[in-house]
Design a protein around this ligand. Structure first.
Ligand SMILES: [Ca+2]
Ligand SMILES: [Ca+2]
Ligand SMILES: [Ca+2]
Length: 413
């Protein structure tokens, strides 16, 4: 504790020294090593392994899609999108990407989530656009989803996750809305914010068995038929469990309670009435905004002091050893930590060796370091299992103009 306190003290005195301290990512497991493979990115938010030679990376503020080909970052972007992203617009920009891995042998669909800039005639909007990867470029853009971006600028969400059945999940946070959707008892229309959406990847249309299709006529100007869950303050992490096909997310609290959730159809996470476990909140399920067909779900795990939890990745590979296969990694932006969770046998929760975590599934200030697996990554915006079966980390240095890097994590032979 003493040495940790000293580091904090030094960081306060000198950001240069802080950079020096944070410069070397390390993994607690001595059998695992980290290598820097790419640097020179700017505010990177998401990466995708489109084929064995090529990685695509999104840059939030420039709106550029950068190409890393055979390990080399190409100078010219392959695509530049007109995004709304100034200092004043905070969290908007080119935010999320996923690819259709089923078609990875030939032409791959690439889905991007961005805050598209507005003008006098067109409002600023969050959009999901589908492209084809033709081996060297993104072609044939097709807008498949349009979502609000105002009032904002906070909490536009932006992560994407494709399942194996032709569906696309995405998430949008509360956009600074107060009392809309979260308090539908008092407001007659839904805001299309604070929700997880599930749509067909082919055209962004709703699935017939989505949970709120039957109440569309009550909220005709909304996209309620596309909602899969609601009550989400903001999220930087969506992942599909490769074993069960279930959706999981991470969610960001204000000061208290970041969350990991298992998200079934009709999920209500509880915002804006609560973050974290309902038993710690002082509210009951009767206080929540209840849509017909919804259920309230407590988090699978919470961090009591929120730390800017970001991406969530089921590690679908044996490369780091059998014990890691299909277990869960989560990143954060504030500390640059990777957290590791062993998924239980029913794949509905975690097995902890530490009783302080097992008993309440909450990491408080003293307990949060016990689930740290990797440190020193600046801020983490994306974690991915590469096509080579190794774990990749996209890093974002907020204190250094969003300077970005990619690290590869492999077994230490
Ligand atoms: Ca929640
Ligand atoms: Ca605890
Ligand atoms: Ca990811």
């Amino acid at each position: 504790m003493l040495s940790f306190g000293l580091i904090v003290l030094f960081c306060g005195f000198s950001t240069i020294f802080a950079h020096f301290i944070n410069a070397e990512p390390t993994i607690k497991d001595p059998l695992i090593k980290v290598e820097l493979i790419v640097s020179g990115l700017s505010s990177p938010t998401s990466m995708a392994f489109v084929d064995p030679q090529n990685i695509l990376v999104l840059e939030k503020n420039s709106g550029e899609v950068r190409l890393i080909s055979k390990g080399e970052l190409k100078e010219d972007p392959i695509l530049k999108l007109d995004v709304d992203s100034t200092t004043l617009t905070c969290c908007r920009g080119l935010l999320g990407m996923d690819i259709d891995k089923r078609n990875a042998t030939s032409i791959t669909d690439v889905f991007l989530y961005l805050t598209a800039a507005g003008n006098d005639n067109i409002p600023v909007l969050n959009k999901v656009i589908k492209y084809k990867w033709d081996g060297s470029n993104l072609v044939n853009p097709q807008t498949i989803l349009e979502l609000p971006a105002t009032p904002g600028p906070n909490h536009p969400g932006g992560k994407l996750a494709l399942d194996t059945e032709g569906n696309l999940f995405t998430v949008i946070g509360d956009l600074n809305n107060e009392g809309i959707l979260q308090n539908i008892k008092d407001d007659n229309e839904l805001s299309d914010s604070s929700v997880i959406l599930k749509v067909k990847k082919i055209d962004g249309s709703a699935l017939l068995d989505n949970p709120f299709v039957s109440i569309k006529n009550e909220f005709p100007t909304s996209q309620v038929e596309k909602y899969y869950g609601y009550g989400i303050r903001n999220s930087f992490g969506l992942a599909i469990d490769p074993v069960t096909g279930n959706l999981w997310d991470t969610e960001n609290g204000d000061k208290d309670f970041d969350e990991i959730n298992l998200v079934y159809s009709g999920f209500n996470s509880g915002w804006k009435q609560l973050m974290g476990p309902i038993s710690s909140s002082g509210v009951t399920e009767n206080d929540l905004a209840i849509l017909p067909g919804s259920y309230y779900g407590d988090p699978i795990f919470s961090w009591e002091p929120s730390l800017g939890v970001t991406d969530i990745e089921f590690f679908n590979s044996k490369n780091l050893g059998d014990n890691y296969e299909n277990n869960l990694f989560v990143g954060d932006i504030n500390n640059g930590n990777i957290y590791y969770f062993k998924v239980n046998s029913s794949r509905t929760g975690f097995d902890f060796e530490n009783p302080e975590l097992e008993v309440d599934r909450i990491a408080n200030e003293e307990e949060k370091d016990k689930i740290v697996w990797g440190t020193g990554f600046d801020g983490i915006t994306d974690l991915e299992t590469g096509l080579d079966g190794n774990l990749y980390v996209l890093s974002f240095d907020e204190s250094n103009d969003g300077y970005g890097k990619i690290y590869r994590i492999t077994v230490n032979h």
